[in-house]
Design a protein around this ligand. Structure first.
Ligand SMILES: *Cc1c(COP(=O)(O)O)cnc(C)c1O
Length: 294
C-alpha cells in the first residue's frame, strides 16, 4: 500500500494504476492543520491497521505545495514514520520546490533530507523551458534494481565508472535537460531567481490582503508561497460566474479548485516576467468584476 494525503495531485493516482499497484492500494490519509497536511498520527495508525489486516505497506508520498491550494504535509514527521516503518518515501514538490532555492522558505519542507526521493519541476516556477523535472534520489540502487536491463545491443565496452541514466528511468533515450537548467542559472544567476520567487510571494500576500477587504470577496486559503484562493460571498454559482468573467475579460487568467467542497478561485503568481504592475492589474480586474452585477 502507498500512503499520501487526500490533497495530492492526480499524477499519483495515475502512477499507481500504471505501476500495477492499483488505485485500491492508494490510501488517502486524513489531513489536519492550517497547511492541510497529512496527519502523521493518522498515517502511523493506518500503516499499523493495514499490517494487521495483512496488507503490505510499501511507500509514503509526501506533498509540499499540492496543486489545488498548496496543501503541505508535515514533511519531517511523515518521513520519520516512513523510515521507522521501512517504507520508501517520495516528496512531491513539483510546483513549490522551486521556492526552495530561497533558504527562507525551506522551513516548508524541513526534514526533507530523510526522503528517498524528491521531485520538483523547474519548468513550473523557476523559468526553465518546458519540460524539465528534477528528480533527486538518495540512492539510485532501487531504480537500477527495478529498471536496469542489459540486452546485447546496449552492452558497451568500458562501462565501468559510467553512469548510465537510461537505467534510472522508464524511457531509454533522454534529452539533455540539465543543460536548460545550467543555462538558466548562468544567464539569470541564482540571486535574480531568488528575487523573482520572493517577489511573487510578496505580491501574492499583498494581493490576498487587499482582496480580503473587498465587499463581495471572501478569501478562503491564505497564501502558501504565492498561491491562495478566494470566492464570491454569494456562493459557488457566483464564484464560477466571476471566474468566467475574469477569464473572458482577458487581462488575467485564473483557475479553480474545491476547498472543503466549496468552489474557489485560485490565484498564483509564478510567471517568469511578472511585475508588481501585473499584481495591480489582477487587483483591478477582480475588484472591478466582483462589483459589477451580471
Ligand atoms: C505539476 C504537478 C505534478 C505533475 O508533474 P509532471 O512532471 O507534469 O508529471 C505533480 N504534482 C504536483 C504537486 C504538481 O504541481
Amino acid at each position: 500500500r502507498i500512503y499520501c494525503s487526500a490533497a495530492v495531485h492526480s499524477s499519483i493516482d495515475r502512477a499507481l494504476w500504471i505501476s500495477g499497484i492499483g488505485a485500491d492500494n492508494l490510501v488517502h490519509v486524513p489531513t489536519t492543520g492550517a497547511l492541510g497536511g497529512m496527519d502523521p498520527h493518522a498515517l502511523a495508525s493506518l500503516i499499523a491497521s493495514d499490517r494487521a489486516a495483512g496488507h503490505v505497506p510499501a511507500g509514503v508520498i509526501v506533498s509540499v505545495g499540492a496543486t489545488g491550494w498548496g496543501a503541505t504535509d508535515p514533511v519531517g514527521d511523515c518521513l520519520a514514520i516512513a523510515r521507522a516503518e521501512g517504507l520508501y518515501s517520495h516528496v512531491d514538490a513539483a510546483w513549490a520546490g522551486s521556492a526552495m532555492i530561497c533558504p527562507d522558505f525551506r522551513h516548508l519542507w524541513a526534514g526533507v533530507d530523510q526522503a528517498d526521493s524528491v521531485v520538483f519541476n523547474p519548468h513550473k516556477w523557476l523559468g526553465a523551458q518546458f519540460d524539465c523535472a528534477a528528480h533527486f534520489v538518495a540512492d539510485p540502487e532501487p531504480l537500477l534494481r527495478t529498471l536496469a536491463i542489459h540486452p546485447e545491443y546496449l552492452k558497451t565496452p568500458e562501462a565501468d565508472g559510467v553512469t548510465d541514466y537510461s537505467e534510472w528511468s522508464i524511457p531509454l533515450g533522454r534529452r539533455f535537460r540539465a543543460l536548460k537548467l545550467w543555462f538558466l542559472l548562468r544567464s539569470e544567476g541564482l540571486d535574480a531567481l531568488r528575487v523573482m520567487i520572493r517577489n511573487h510571494v510578496n505580491w501574492a500576500e499583498r494581493l490576498y490582503e487587499r482582496l480580503g477587504a473587498l465587499p463581495r470577496i471572501q478569501t478562503v486559503t491564505p497564501p502558501i508561497l504565492s498561491l491562495f484562493t478566494f470566492r464570491h460571498r454569494d456562493g459557488d454559482d457566483a464564484t464560477a460566474d466571476l471566474l468566467q468573467r475574469i477569464n473572458a475579460d482577458g487581462r488575467i487568467y485564473l483557475t479553480q479548485t474545491k476547498v472543503d467542497g466549496q468552489f474557489v478561485i485560485r490565484f498564483q503568481a509564478g510567471q517568469f516576467e511578472m511585475t508588481e504592475a501585473d499584481a495591480e492589474t489582477a487587483y483591478d480586474v477582480i475588484a472591478e468584476l466582483s462589483q459589477t452585477d451580471v
